[in-house]
Design a protein. Sequence first.
Length: 276
Amino acid sequence: MEKIKELKDLDLVDRFLFAEVMEDEGSLADVLEIILGREVVLKGLPQVEKEFRKNVWSRQVRLDVCTKDVFDNVYDTEVQKRKTHGLPQRTRFYNGVIDCKLLEPGDDYINLNDVFMIMIMPFDLFGKGLYRYTFDMSCREVPGMRLEDGATRIFLNTRGTETAGVSQELIDLLHYFEKTTDINAAASSSDKIRRLHEKVRTIKASEEIGIKFMNEWEEKMLERKEGREEGRAEGERAKQREIAEKMIAMGMDIPTVSEATGLSEDEVRELKNAAR
């Protein structure tokens, strides 16, 4: 069984702590200002772990922290602890889901809000040693010509080595995200990071949030256990069907196959009809 990580030991790259802290408007604004290098005045409370779906048939997505500023720019900020397949494609999909929610039927496309997709990771997705990788649409044939479609995707690497083009405050923030400790907070001269650390300390000291974390962890472990059990059951079922198909091919009758495999006679009959 996976060993539980206590609330006091979580870092900001852990989704639970990230969501709890970024639910605070001031903390999220401070983080966005450090990342973007400009003032960000948010409009309303951030939406944490908000679920989106384009329509009833499409895949559902859950955004970590989504918010707007006073100019109606949209910010989706995510933490990604594990290097999994398809992360760039995931941000493209998330951007599309958000876009579908921004326009009402009949609205002009020019009214689409600018959207910033930000992903913070304790690994270098692109292997170039940068702390920040910023992507927007540009023309291959005309250097310097941008599409200006309002979509920006930013990938942040807490383990960067190239300091050119990024502020010391951003470097400190990324180090603090990966190792959210008193030492890393004190090592920075940033008032924003110190405010952020005070919020982290308050959350980690909260008995109520500690109970919430334990409950979520237990639910997650239960879901994993149920998933493994369902997987084993499906595997056993597939094996029974495979044996039944072989017995049918050998010309054995339905009752015999049913008794030998544990499948119902109706199931065996379906397999037999499908083999014709």
